[in-house]
Design a protein around this ligand. Structure first.
Ligand code: ADP
Ligand code: ASP
Ligand code: MG
Length: 410
């Protein structure tokens, strides 16, 4: 049996009318002898709303309870969509991540899937039933509910496509595909027909939230073809696949520009500049399961230095509390926090073979009078931290500096 997995994001199931539209689209696409599995996100705004409510109670909610809470959004949309499909006369069943048996590790709010038991889904598909799965959620070995990080329904869909050996995993969203930059920020952004897993992984990791980075990781590992497309129109979107034509890929120096406002910067001052201190700081942070992104250490003055780094914004309070304890232990100075930061990045495999890309980036930002606070580079990306209010302007300047609305090869 050919199997297709479709995933509908929050805007696609934003209200009852949209849910009915999705039901019609699902039914239209259902072919005889084809197994159809539909993964849904929570209705638009639901997850944010639930998080806000928790924060009204406590600034540091228990992560287990947070998962109990935020996993409910997807259960609602899955049940409503299933009712709409049934009402149109088609057999359908909704399942939670727990009922499917999506086993994850213990990292609440950002759990990783390590096993899925596909038997229940196969049984239903054999009866020609459309299976609707609540995205974003799983269960750990202690039988506690876990969630997969913001945007995690994408990962549910791709992981299911991998275990079910689906022909394609379609990610339905509110834009027509993957663009050279967020089309809401750069109106002239160019829609890509195809992109390689590696470039998509970088774009997604650096803020192009059109698909969650872990979903791309899964797709690459298990060779799942992704098709990112709009749930509002019928046109084809962007295929995310293996790199085929390396030559033409490398001719395009920069594939896209991204922005993320989801990080915050912490600085610990007057850190004794002696061996082992950085290891002590970052080991304690790693033990608390906090992902550090960029790090800079200033030049040492009179045996002391300042160390700054960025973390995901939801981890800020936890990291600050931890860092204040560490500061006491190592006899360092105060801990300061900067929340209003943005990270802009340029991504492209072609960067490997083209010198001078960083210089163009820094020049474009300088011409806009945008100050760079931190820089990090890898083979296929360069990121700069700037003030939050400069973020969107920086994206537009970089998109133009690299001629992205014109230079894309198809
Ligand atoms: P969904 O609710 O369908 O999961 P998301 O809001 O998570 O949708 O992701 C879609 C959004 O991603 C778009 O509305 C767009 O603003 C944003 N986006 C950011 N970067 C890009 C990009 N490079 N290409 C397309 N969309 C992007
Ligand atoms: N509802 C979750 C979120 O808003 C998961 C998802 O939409 O993919 O992040
Ligand atoms: Mg999303």
């Amino acid at each position: 049996m050919n199997i297709t997995v479709q995933k509908y994001g929050g805007t696609s199931v934003a209200d009852i009318e949209r849910i009915k539209d999705v039901a019609r689209r699902v039914i239209r696409s259902k072919k005889p002898d084809q197994g159809l599995v539909v993964v849904v996100s929570a209705m638009e705004g639901t997850t944010d709303d639930l998080i806000r409510r928790a924060e009204e109670i406590t600034p540091v909610p228990s992560e287990r309870e947070m998962d109990q809470l935020i996993s409910t959004g997807e259960q609602i949309s899955a049940a409503l969509l299933t009712m709409a499909i049934q009402y149109a006369g088609f057999p359908a069943v909704s399942l939670t991540g727990i009922q499917v048996g999506i086993l994850t590790d213990d990292s609440h709010t950002k759990a990783r899937i390590f096993k899925i038991d596909p038997r229940k889904i196969f049984e239903l598909l054999d009866q020609d039933t459309i299976v609707v799965v609540a995205g974003f959620q799983g269960i750990n070995l202690k039988k506690d509910v876990t969630t997969l990080g913001r945007g995690g329904s994408d990962t549910t869909a791709v992981a299911l496509a991998a275990v079910l050996k689906a022909e394609v995993c379609e990610i339905y969203t509110d834009v027509a595909g993957v663009y050279t930059a967020d089309p809401r920020i750069v109106p002239g952004a160019f829609k890509l027909d195809r992109i390689s897993y590696d470039e998509m992984l970088e774009l997604a990791s650096l803020g192009a939230k059109v698909i969650q980075n872990r979903a791309v990781e899964f797709a690459k590992k298990f060779h799942v073809t992704l098709h990112v497309r709009s749930s509002f129109i019928e046109d084809e979107g962007t295929f995310v696949t293996e790199e085929v034509d390396t030559m033409s890929m490398e001719q395009v120096v920069i594939r896209g520009v991204t922005l993320t406002l989801d990080e915050a910067k912490l600085t610990i001052t007057l850190v004794p500049d002696t061996p082992g201190i950085a290891a002590h700081i970052f080991k304690s942070i790693a033990q608390a399961n906090i992902n550090v992104d960029m790090i800079i250490q200033n030049v040492s003055e009179k045996g002391f230095t300042d160390v700054s780094f960025t973390v995901p914004r939801p981890e800020l309070v936890k990291t600050k509390n931890l860092l204040e304890n560490i500061s006491g232990e190592i006899r360092a100075g105060k801990v300061t926090v900067e929340e209003k930061i943005a990270k802009v990045s340029i991504v492209g495999v072609g960067m490997k073979s083209h010198p001078g890309v960083a210089a163009i980036m820094f020049e474009a930002l300088a011409e806009e009078g945008i100050n760079i606070m931190m820089i990090s580079t890898s083979e296929i990306k360069i990121s700069c931290v700037v003030r939050a209010k400069d973020g969107e302007r920086a994206v537009r300047a970089l998109h133009q500096a690299f001629d992205l609305d014109r230079k894309q090869s198809k």
